[in-house]
Write a protein that binds this ligand. Structure first.
Ligand SMILES: Nc1ncnc2c1ncn2[C@@H]1O[C@H](COP(=O)(O)OP(=O)(O)OP(=O)(O)O)[C@@H](O)[C@H]1O
Length: 310
């Protein structure tokens, strides 16, 4: 693993007065993949990113970019690019001047500015004032700024928030291509569905700590295990027959049931034996959203159990 392209977060704790924002946050972001950083509002994602960038100080714990604390990086833009708040720019400056100002402050040349403008598709508006930009254009400008130093590590806080479908598609593809170049890409979201087609790996957080650190494919496989989807125009009759056979059945759509505790072949046998017509019996593939619900339900039960035991 090229340590250059990593983020290593270890045991971060941080309080804001009575609020515990980070409660032992630990994870590693590896090169060559998009890591989704997911959790409900207030789970501590932004605070973690701010600590990684040295914008907030943790009470305890360490955060390293390419093996070093942010404060110890010479020319930080060459090590890590970040998009935290796309609204934070000088409205009277043109997009290109905004980037030139950033680039020159870090000893980067004008040519690099024109390269990133091209890369994010802003050429036709580069000489317009950023103050008049749509949210989607601001996001592109923010990403251009993050890319200026050609950094091996990229970090984006809720980059698709408020974008139109075209903007969302563009960001997804763009993040995938940055990871394919071998960079470490960390992208936060409070919506699991947003990461379904983008992330390879997930760090799921709740209440300031990691709830799960897992590959997307593994998570979906685990959540799908042993479940079978049944499509029938007679869900009531199918439910009765399958419940009799000892299966657990839930209604998941107008004409679909999800069955667990019975293999697909036996479901077919029971439905046929009870003369219940069906059009499909197939292994269920969980969505990322479902997998996430399952994960966080466990976390909620764990917390409830722990609190009850006090
Ligand atoms: N500057 C601050 N002062 C006081 N409390 C803060 C501050 N920054 C964050 N918090 C609190 O710390 C907790 C974690 O917030 P954080 O913004 O990191 O969560 P998040 O997962 O990024 O959620 P969101 O998606 O809403 O930004 C929240 O309870 C928040 O209210």
């Amino acid at each position: 693993m090229h340590r250059e392209a990593t983020i290593e977060v270890n045991g971060l704790r941080k309080r804001f007065g009575p609020t515990v924002a980070l409660d032992g946050m630990s994870f590693t972001v590896r090169p060559g993949r998009v890591t989704g950083f997911v959790g409900p509002n207030g789970a501590g994602k932004s605070t973690t990113m701010r600590v990684i960038l040295g914008l907030d100080a943790a009470d305890t714990g360490t955060a390293l970019v390419g093996g070093r604390p942010y404060g110890g990086l010479r020319d930080p833009l060459r090590h890590v690019g970040a998009l935290l708040d796309a609204a934070a720019l000088q409205p009277s400056r043109t997009a290109r001047n905004h980037l030139l100002w950033l680039a020159h402050s870090q000893g980067l040349g004008t040519r690099r500015v024109d390269e990133v403008i091209e890369q994010v598709g802003l050429r036709s508006v580069a000489r317009r004032r950023a103050g008049g930009f749509s949210l989607g254009m601001r996001q592109r400008l923010g990403i251009a700024a993050a890319l200026l130093g050609d950094p091996p590590v990229l970090m984006l806080d809720e980059p698709v928030n408020g974008l139109d479908p075209e903007g969302i598609r563009w960001i997804r593809g763009f993040l995938r291509s940055l990871a394919a170049e071998g960079r470490a890409v960390l992208v936060s979201s409070h919506l699991m569905g947003e990461l379904q087609d983008t992330a390879d790996h997930l760090v799921v957080v709740g209440r300031g700590r990691v709830v799960a650190d897992t590959g997307v494919a593994d998570l979906i496989a685990a959540a799908s295990q042993g479940r079978v989807a049944v499509r029938t125009l007679h869900p009531d009759r199918a439910m009765t027959a399958l419940a009799h056979a000892g299966a657990a059945v839930t209604v998941t759509g107008r004409d679909t049931l999800t069955v667990s505790g019975l293999p697909a072949e036996r479901i077919v046998t029971f439905l046929s034996a009870n003369a219940v017509p069906f059009s499909e019996v197939a292994a269920h593939r969980a969505t990322l959203e479902e997998a996430y619900m399952e994960l966080t339900r466990d976390a909620v039960e764990f917390r409830a159990g722990r609190e009850a035991a006090r």
